[in-house]
Ligand binder design. Structure first.
Ligand code: 5GP
Length: 107
């Protein structure tokens, strides 16, 4: 059964797209921890981020880096934090969270 993120990638569920290439998709989190909180997901349906191949994981992080730098321009902040959680949605993803101060990471 397709995950909610696969339905988002397929356009069956609406999302606010931040960036996309042939393998990855970035969109705003529906329940943001900060303005600009973005999720980066592989289009290939994989349960958890560390189930990706080493090559896919490296490529996803390079994609996430470019998205993070764009987010930092669009949502001025001190840094963009990166988090791997994966408790709720069984489709690999990285959280990119604009932060103004250290304590913003304590979520
Ligand atoms: P995690 O699996 O890392 O614990 O959290 C999954 C994240 O996906 C949560 O931050 C949640 O707000 C987000 N999320 C869940 N369903 C949707 C959805 O339908 N649309 C969007 N944009 N985000 C979602």
């Amino acid at each position: 059964m397709a995950t909610i993120f696969s339905k988002i990638i397929a356009g069956e569920i609406p999302s606010y797209k931040v960036a996309e290439d042939d393998r990855f998709y970035a969109f705003l989190d529906i329940n943001p921890l900060a303005k600009g909180h973005t999720l980066v997901v592989p289009k290939r349906e994989v349960d958890y981020i560390y189930d990706l191949t080493d090559e896919e994981l490296a490529a996803m992080h390079v994609f996430a880096k470019h998205v993070a730098l764009a987010i930092q321009k669009a949502f001025p902040c001190k840094k963009v934090g990166e988090a791997v959680i994966g408790l709720e949605v069984p489709h690999a993803h990285i959280h990119l969270i604009p932060m103004q101060k250290e304590s913003d990471m304590l979520f």
